[in-house]
Ligand binder design. Structure first.
Ligand code: UDP
Ligand code: MG
Length: 139
């Protein structure tokens, strides 16, 4: 089943570098509707849990530290084919490999500090959206 929804975070580097408005504008101009959004800061426990699948990877500790280093914007987005279209809009994990016109090509600093998160499946979009938002916060 496709839900037409995805989940995103504008990561601490994007906020710190002043790109919050520019990135949100790219997302809106690409046709995504905002179904829920909050400006918040992850606790260490939240970041560890969110990135649990990467717990055994060498970059996990650094990733958790980075994701808790400053505020983020979390949002649920809606569009036809949302998960795949949003991954296309953000580009590859490493900005050096991100395609022309992608958010990561414009705004990411590095493979680690890469400006934005996008869910990788409908199932994870649902799980990640619920992780950050209760039902009454979603429009
Ligand atoms: N990451 C990292 N080093 C790596 C791979 C990933 O620091 O070699 C970080 C990076 O912030 C990335 C996140 O871990 O966005 C999750 O990794 P994933 O492979 O899921 O990439 P994404 O789905 O975000 O493109
Ligand atoms: Mg991923």
């Amino acid at each position: 089943m496709t839900t037409n929804r995805t989940f995103t975070m504008l990561k601490p580097d994007a906020i710190e570098n002043g790109y919050m408005g520019k990135i949100l504008d790219m997302i809106i101009q690409a046709g995504f509707q905002i179904k829920a959004m909050k400006y918040t800061k992850l606790t260490t426990e939240q970041a560890r849990k969110f990135y649990e699948v990467h717990a055994e990877r060498p970059f996990y500790g650094e990733l958790v530290e980075y994701m808790t280093s400053g505020p983020i914007v979390a949002a649920i987005l809606e569009k036809e084919n949302a998960v795949a279209d949003f991954r296309a809009l953000i580009g590859a994990t490493d900005p050096a490999e991100a395609g022309d016109g992608t958010i990561r090509q414009y705004y990411a600093e590095s493979k680690g500090r890469n400006a934005v998160h996008g869910s990788d499946s409908d199932e994870n979009a649902e799980i990640e959206g619920r992780f950050h938002f209760s039902a009454n916060e979603i429009i």
